[in-house]
Structures are given as structure tokens and as C-alpha cells.
Design a protein around this ligand. Structure first.
Ligand code: PGA
Length: 264
């Protein structure tokens, strides 16, 4: 039985003060009460990670980064490395978000290398994949998802299942987020059936790459215009194990409504 996972993607929003106050509100809220049924996390802007890590210490609310470089250190201006996240008590990072792919030239390969660096450091990686509207219209959803996951896993350099699992085999270090590009920030979410089909495809590819038993434990989140009204329709689908939420995760009361729906 996979535990549900709700991840807030704060992107490039909030002042330092708002970030501190909102993180505290969430950390002190009901995340503890529902921690048996749902894991909750916030992916925060890099600048805020050190401070928020201190606030996350005594809370089940996990702190994640929004990106992580593949090298453990080096001349890579503007990047952060997995050992830096680890020492700051950040638990992991999003990887290959479509906004990174669209605006910053991220590819399946670079996303995969970042996944490898995180997992080797014992940190979580949430690898984001998803098709564009043109690809969907051309009937290429499965082809695109298969390529994105296969190329990323090959580039990660991870060859053994235990490397992708980490110490807590119940909730492996690797998770996937299916985020159709056309649904992100548009208010036009996929339908639960579209999500179910895409998640089913990803789980089949994961089974081929990493074994059926691992694929059964792999959490696959849906992202793209999720809000408190529609989240239940996604997480009630068999293959949808949670949500990665941008806009509707920013206000603490909205996040709390999402959490309550996921915990049900
Ligand atoms: P959205 O963003 O919920 O605002 O559509 C989701 C994401 O980018 O992860």
C-alpha cells in the first residue's frame, strides 16, 4: 500500500517573511495528525532552504529543493549540489520540472543525472515528466513518457534497485510526478482518466526498468492545476499516489484543504 504524498511547489514565490510564516503555519498545522496516511512536503526557493530547514526539524513536514546539480561540487555558477542540500537537512529535490525544461534547457538526460546525484547522496528525487499539448494531440503520450523515464534512468547511472530505494523501502527515494505541460498553471487539469492512463504507463515502464516489485512501491504524483476541489478525484484513482501542486499550494489554508482531501 503506497502512502499518499502531497508536495507544494512554491516556485519563485513568497518573500522571505511570507515563506517563514507560511512554512511555520503548515509545520505546526495538521501534517502531524495525518502523517500516517499522507506525507507532506514543500519545495521552496533555494535562498530560503537553510532557514526553513531549522523550522522543519521538529515537524513531519518535509523540506525539498526545486533543483539540484549532478556534480558534488564544481564551477557551476548558480547551481546547488546534493551534498549541500544534505548538510542543510533538506530531504531531496524536484527534478526536470517542465519549467526547467522549457526555460532553462533541461533535458531528459540532465534530469536523469540530477536524479542520480540526489539518490546517491541518500536524498529524495521527484522526477517530473509529461507531454506537451502537441504531443498529446499527436497521440504520443505513451511514447513521450516512456522516453522521458527511460532516458532519465539511463542517465542517472543507477543500475541497482536498492540505489533507487534508499533505506525506507516502503517509500522509495525516487518518486515520479506526471505533469502534462498543458495543464500546469492553466486551470485546465487533466481528467482523472487521463491521469490514470499516464500513471499506468509510467508504472509499466518503471517495472520494465527496475522490476515489478519496485514499481509497485513507486509513488507517482499527478500535477497540473490541482486544487482543493479536484484533488480527491485524482488521488482516488488507483495509480495516483498524490499531487504536486503549484498555485493552489501557496496559501496555507488551501494547502491544508488539499492535505485533508489526501488524508481521507
Ligand atoms: P500548478 O503547477 O498547480 O500551478 O498547475 C503545478 C506544478 O508546476 O508543479
Amino acid at each position: 500500500m503506497r502512502k499518499k504524498y502531497l508536495v507544494a511547489n512554491w516556485k519563485m514565490f513568497k518573500t522571505p517573511r511570507q515563506a517563514r510564516e507560511d512554512f511555520l503555519t503548515l509545520a505546526r498545522g495538521n501534517v502531524q495528525a495525518s502523517s500516517q496516511t499522507v506525507d507532506c512536503a514543500v519545495a521552496a526557493p533555494t535562498l530560503y532552504l537553510s532557514e526553513l530547514a531549522l523550522l522543519a526539524r521538529s515537524s513531519p513536514l518535509k523540506l525539498l529543493a526545486q533543483n539540484c546539480h549532478w556534480a558534488s561540487e564544481g564551477a557551476f555558477t548558480g547551481e546547488i549540489a546534493a551534498p549541500m542540500l544534505k548538510e542543510t537537512d533538506v530531504r531531496g529535490s524536484l527534478v526536470g520540472h517542465s519549467e526547467r525544461r522549457q526555460h532553462f534547457g533541461e533535458t531528459d538526460e540532465t534530469a536523469g543525472r540530477r536524479v542520480g546525484a540526489l539518490l546517491r547522496a541518500g536524498l529524495e528525487a521527484i522526477l517530473c515528466v509529461g507531454e506537451t499539448l502537441e504531443e498529446r494531440k499527436a497521440g504520443k503520450v505513451e511514447e513521450v513518457l516512456t522516453r522521458q523515464l527511460t532516458v532519465a534512468m539511463a542517465a542517472s547511472g543507477l543500475r541497482h534497485r536498492f540505489e533507487v530505494e534508499g533505506a525506507n523501502a516502503q517509500s522509495p527515494l525516487l518518486a515520479l510526478a506526471y505533469e502534462p505541460v498543458w495543464a500546469i498553471g492553466t486551470g485546465q487539469a487533466a481528467t482523472p482518466v487521463e491521469a490514470r492512463e499516464a500513471h499506468g504507463c509510467l508504472r509499466r515502464v518503471a517495472a520494465r526498468l527496475l522490476g515489478a516489485e519496485f514499481a509497485e512501491r513507486l509513488r507517482i504524483l499527478y500535477g497540473g492545476s490541482v486544487n482543493p476541489q479536484n484533488v480527491a478525484s485524482f488521488v482516488s484513482e488507483a495509480d495516483v499516489d498524490g499531487a504536486l501542486v503549484g498555485g493552489a499550494s501557496l496559501a496555507p489554508e488551501s494547502f491544508e484543504a488539499l492535505r485533508a482531501s489526501c488524508a481521507r
